[in-house]
Design a protein around this ligand. Structure first.
Ligand SMILES: [Zn+2]
Length: 199
């Protein structure tokens, strides 16, 4: 129907989350109509982010160097670690201004059905950080979904076995069940963080 380069663009755009084939077509034609400069700026931004952004070697948050800005910040409490599923969750929690510790980004949640096992997440790395000492509390802030809860339970058990002295807490209820943290408003998430309980 379309020339191969247009088909290729539509195919690539339709791989984006929430973009169906109709939206992909609309975006492709928008880019074709727009200036060369705008299209090149978008292509360059995508290329640059893939070249320059990697994972923090300490917490696996996104970083534009060996460590992320939070791990590099001396004022952040190194004894308090908040465990989240994705880098976007770090942003959600940072927005509450309630948390002054460090993070650990798992890279997803356990889901045996989808083939996501403990080895696929940064769980062993979390245990290693906790076992290295100097950690007082681990706050598990995985999403209040089935997979997020299963992940929280798995980690809480694993931490208790390996580092018995450490406090393991979970965000308080009040978060919308089944939803991702990124959809929780700052006030609700801030309260859930302040009211965290031992698990
Ligand atoms: Zn980091």
């Amino acid at each position: 129907m379309y020339a191969p380069p247009i088909q290729r663009l539509i195919a690539e755009l339709s791989k984006l989350p929430g973009v169906g084939s109709r939206t992909a077509q609309r975006l492709a034609f928008h880019l074709l109509r727009g200036s060369d400069e705008d299209a090149r700026a978008l292509a360059d931004a995508i290329r640059e982010v893939k070249e320059r952004i990697g994972l923090c070697e300490v917490c696996y948050n996104l970083a534009d160097g060996p460590t992320c800005r939070i791990c590099a910040d001396e004022r952040r409490d190194p004894e308090l670690i908040c465990v989240v599923e994705e880098p976007s969750d770090v942003i959600s929690i940072e927005r509450t201004h309630e948390f002054r510790g460090r993070y650990h980004v798992l890279g997803g949640a356990l889901s045996p059905i989808d083939g996501v096992d403990p080895e696929d997440l940064k769980i062993a790395e979390l245990y290693k950080r906790a076992q290295a000492g100097g950690v007082r509390e681990v706050v598990i802030a995985t999403n209040p979904t089935t997979t997020g809860e299963a992940t929280a339970l798995h980690i809480a058990t694993g931490l208790r076995e390996r580092v018995p002295g450490i406090a393991v807490t979970r965000l308080a209820s009040g978060l919308p069940v089944g939803a991702d943290l990124e959809y929780a408003d700052e006030l609700t998430l801030g309260r859930a963080l302040a009211g965290r309980r031992a698990v």
